[in-house]
Design a protein around this ligand. Structure first.
Ligand code: SAM
Length: 481
């Protein structure tokens, strides 16, 4: 969520405005993708009604929750270290309770409670509405667990509180779960089957954000292109839907269009797209509406057809190129970003070269690259040996990162000399005298503050750049302001 994995936010504790009637303190820490951070906002909202104010001070917490990620082993190790720390604090504050939420909770279930005995409560990503009951259980001295995955839970009726908010940009969940069954990925096991959220509840949330002064939303899902609302239920249940449900169904392109038309001044982004599900009508919709940003996050994971097949990615490199060519024809100004997995089982030097040559073809604006991490229970773990030596993975990863850096620089430079609309998000990290914001393509720009303020849409002339940041000067407000 961007995307997604903002390293600076990993493990950060979230704090909300105090509700006067609330007496108990909740400390909630989040790891992993933007979906998890978004879920923590739902959890904080549910618990605010149960008498919990959020705190960023662990030592005053009555309840500690850690929203966890299972995508790579390292993410799980980080959480385990944190749980040890929480248990150390618990020795001095025995009334403090500790709960694990999210993907690790789903994956390890009872192991945390029964074998390791390091937590009081284990709650999977579809069970947050059960938190009030589960908390009552632990208050009465029992361990509590709910890891039931749901067919229809989308939390559409919970109005998430905005934690960590700059008051300008927000994430809006539109789907939960994933049906893709990529062989490397734990998500279908931890987040369950794919289901879409009622478009009306999405529009209501955007309306609320708009009324509160937010200027940009990112529609969020593991695979947004596969969004399909036909009255509720699993995506895979669509075949059995009635004729009426089929005729009135809403797909992603339609949802995007409805949102863009209803809120013409709201900037709209979306993440993540999957090449096998992304259709050209989405790109045409992007081209039609000025307020939909020109940025597509389109993970490919590998440039080798053989590896793509082993990963159960249902497209070839040639089909991916066709999609990229079409996107660039319809939206020449569009940025394209990637996720890449390096060192998937059986990856050869030739497969690696194919990844590098695919990157040369696309020249991505940004990328998120990681070495393969074997995840228990996935098809790759069950059927393939994790046989690429760690040094080889690391060497290939560094080559891929170096190439991406070079492309990022080239792609950033193409904005130089242009005057572009920037939405101001905050003061620049490096200088109080400067603001930071993003252009439509999601490239960060910094410029002197003058008399502008956070939340303004400003036209900025791009004068210089580093590899990933534009440096410019404001020349006036944009017409969107
Ligand atoms: N659904 C999107 C897709 O695959 O097109 C991305 C969502 S996934 C939660 C985020 C990223 O984590 C993936 O794109 C992939 O690059 C990375 N990832 C998933 N499983 C991994 C694994 N076992 N090892 C390393 N990286 C992994």
């Amino acid at each position: 969520m961007e995307k997604i994995i903002d390293e600076s936010l990993q493990g950060s504790a979230l704090a909300l405005k105090k509700k006067n009637a609330n007496g108990k303190k909740l400390y909630i820490e989040s790891y992993g993708c933007q979906m998890n951070f978004s879920d923590s906002e739902i959890v904080a909202s549910i618990l605010a009604n149960e008498g919990f104010d959020t705190t960023q001070n662990l030592n005053e917490a009555d309840l500690v929750l850690v929203n966890t990620c299972s995508i790579r082993e390292k993410a799980e190790l980080t959480v385990r270290k944190r749980l040890e720390k929480f248990n150390a604090i618990k020795r001095d504050r025995p009334h403090m309770k500790v709960g694990v939420l999210g993907c690790m909770a789903e994956r390890l279930k009872h192991q945390f409670l029964e074998e390791e005995k390091i937590v009081d409560m284990v709650v999977g990503p579809d069970a947050y509405k059960d938190l009030p009951n589960l908390i009552q259980e632990i208050d009465e001295g029992r361990n509590a667990v709910n890891v039931i995955l749901s067919k229809d839970e989308t939390y559409g009726d919970v109005s998430p509180v905005r934690l960590h908010s700059n008051g300008v940009t927000a994430f809006v969940s539109i789907t939960r779960g994933c049906d893709n069954m990529c062989t490397f990925c734990v998500v279908p096991f931890t987040r369950g089957r794919e289901r879409s959220r009622d478009p009306q509840s999405i529009l209501d949330e955007v309306n609320d954000l708009s009324e509160r002064g937010f200027k940009e939303i990112t529609l969020l899902g593991q695979n947004v292109d596969s969004y399909l609302w036909y009255g509720g239920g699993l995506k895979k249940g669509f075949e059995k839907a009635t004729e009426m449900q089929k005729a009135t169904a809403v797909n992603f392109s339609q949802l995007l269009e409805r949102t863009a038309l209803a809120y013409p001044k709201m900037r709209i982004r979306f993440s993540t797209s999957n090449p096998q599900d992304m259709t050209l009508d989405v790109i045409h919709t992007m081209a039609k509406h000025k307020n939909i940003c020109n940025a597509i996050h389109l993970p490919v994971q590998s440039g080798s057809n053989r590896i793509l097949k082993e990963m159960n990615r249902l497209h070839t490199r040639e089909e991916y190129f066709e999609l990229i060519d079409n996107a660039r024809r319809i939206l020449p100004d569009c940025s394209i970003s990637q996720d890449m997995i390096i060192g998937f089982p059986t990856e050869t030097e030739q497969d690696h070269k194919d990844t590098m040559s695919l990157m040369e073809y696309v020249k991505y604006d940004f990328g998120y690259m990681f070495t393969y991490s074997e995840r228990p229970g996935t098809m790759a773990e069950r059927k393939m040996e994790d046989d690429v030596p760690e040094e080889t993975k690391k060497r290939r990863l560094s080559e891929v990162i170096a190439l991406q850096r070079q492309h990022c620089q080239e792609r950033t430079q193409r904005h130089l000399g242009k005057v572009q609309e920037i939405l101001i998000e905050s003061t620049s990290k490096k200088s109080d005298e400067h603001f930071m914001g993003r252009n439509s393509q999601n490239t960060v720009a910094v410029f002197p503050r003058e008399n502008y303020k956070v939340g303004d849409f400003v036209m900025v002339r791009m004068d210089e750049c580093t590899s990933a940041t534009l440096i410019g000067e404001a020349v006036g407000y944009s017409e969107n302001n």
